[in-house]
Design a protein around this ligand. Sequence first.
Ligand code: WT7
Length: 634
Amino acid sequence: MIPEITTFNDYIKQWDEASRDPAGYFEKIARSFTWKKNWEKTLEFDLKEGHIAWFKGGFLNITENCLDRHLAERGGQPALIWEPNDPREKNCVLTYRQLWSQVCRMASGLKKLGVKKGDRVCIYLPMIPEAAVAMLACARLGAVHSVVFAGFSPTALADRIRDADCSVLITADGFSRGDKSVPLKRLADEALQVCPSVRHVVVVSRSQPYAIQSAREVGWTDLLERGEETFPAEPMEAEDPFFILYTSGSTGKPKGVLHTCGGYMVWAGFTLRNVFQTRPGEIFFCTADVGWVTGHTYGLYGPLLNGLTTVFFEGVPTWPHPGRLWEIVEKYGAQVLYTAPTAIRALEMLGSEIPDRYAMPSLRVLGSVGEPINTDAWLWYHRHVGKERCPIVDTWWQTETGGILISTLAGVTPSVPAWATLPLPGVQPVLLDEEGREVPNEAAHTQGYLCLKSPWPGMMRSVFGSHQRFVDTYLRRFPGYYFTGDGALRNAQGHYRIIGRVDDVVNVSGHRIGTGEVEDALNMHDLVTESAVVGMPHPVKGEALHAFVLCPPSQDVSQGLKKELQDLVAQKIGRFAVPEKIFIVPGLPKTRSGKIMRRILRKILAGERDLGDTTSLLDPAVVETIRQTVWANQ
Ligand code: WT7
């Protein structure tokens, strides 16, 4: 549970070793975890077919590594500190022993409801301790959790429940974030109308005491009370499914990214302690919601695997006052703060004097995740939050990668503004050109498609329900490589700088949104013939969505339509996916083969006069009319 890499020399040696002999290297790393039975084969893979197996034949249960193994030494240490949205409400601290006990009871309660190893359980909860207990309880009995971010709409929730064929839903009556309240149970009920697979609904009373409404509902506390005091952890084969987490891609339908038990555990534990250089007992504050992968790996599993205390924050960084985040760092004496550039930029805009009022002496490392961090935000974070004494780790990874792949190791490897820097041991990034040739290492400054040429333990194994989609999305474009969908730069020192997505995925406030998904939602409106959604740089959100919507010429398109379209996206996906601007246009820039040229739309939005080569357009005149619409509406 202490870092394997503590000097630059260790890093160089271990990166080399892991590249030459990944099986040998990760065998050693994996031994630092508790296994019920040793594995027979460390690594087996065929990247073209999408077959990846780590620690085959080995048995484990991640909850024994997160909880049981700590009980003797740190049973009384806080495992999780929950800070409520409203600071006037009492917080909650769960020691390792208390968390273990709740997890046992809940696992046992779920088992009594008929949940078995391999069954899918959907978790639709706000950031409350019950979310952690629910996830760990599933893990303890071997059920596959699919956490759906509580900001998703009923339609999005229903799509995910159906895709994973979940038999149980765990949700709450309602909650507040900042000054907004969310009637979560009502949203869940709406989704459940089209989800016949759900046999039981477990309801946490978060806002008010909740009265059960039907035979399939059960209250969270009732279920806990029904559960046994101890619950033996289910032996899981290393390659048994662990969890599903939906993420957006370039097509409309979200993908259920599937992670497995052994590799994910090893990667979550290994990356956390080495990137953040943590020691057991430290306070780790990751602001991500458990509904996203960062919340899974660095909000829950990673910290517990390493004997840390994780801070679970239900609220938002700026409510009820702009110093809320800094107040929490000070209140709990966090050593690590891990957040997104969007939050950093939003806080920066409120003025440096706010963090300047907080000394935050406990802070040791600052982390950034989810989107490229610009130099200004990096420097501000360094000066005003880290007081120029904390290294910043800009961590690049994805839902699909399970954990961090490219990052500074705090205080061990160099930290450079706006650069994610160096790959972790076991990670072999390459930059490929259009034809799939590796851009040579010698060149001073190279750019290309960021791909990985060998598997690492935390890599996704499949898309739930469609292995072909896994192969098609990630492994087919450049055979023999995993394609990340990102473009990157590399300098002479081998440092990487992530430029951003090269596919139709937009990163809004660190939330990954497929433009296709938003287009599908817009196209559902009766008056919409077709639409094109693009991402544009935004000073706080990183990127913002802009939609171009085509309506039949005969229709009288009123302002009311824009509002209806916004509501439609909120209803189909969630508020966070609503486009910033919607332009009703008489035509879209299409090639003769019918492909929408989004590049042209982006240039028009950026106010560029020179649109590049437009000769392949079916109707070049359409560009001028779109330009006028944009100007008239900006
Ligand atoms: C995409 C993955 C990483 C967990 C949270 C988001 C972008 C992520 C960075 C970074 C530049 C980054 C990439 C990536 N991204 N981290 N440090 N610098 N870009 O996970 O929702 O799966 O999104 O986020 O474009 O592909 P996700």
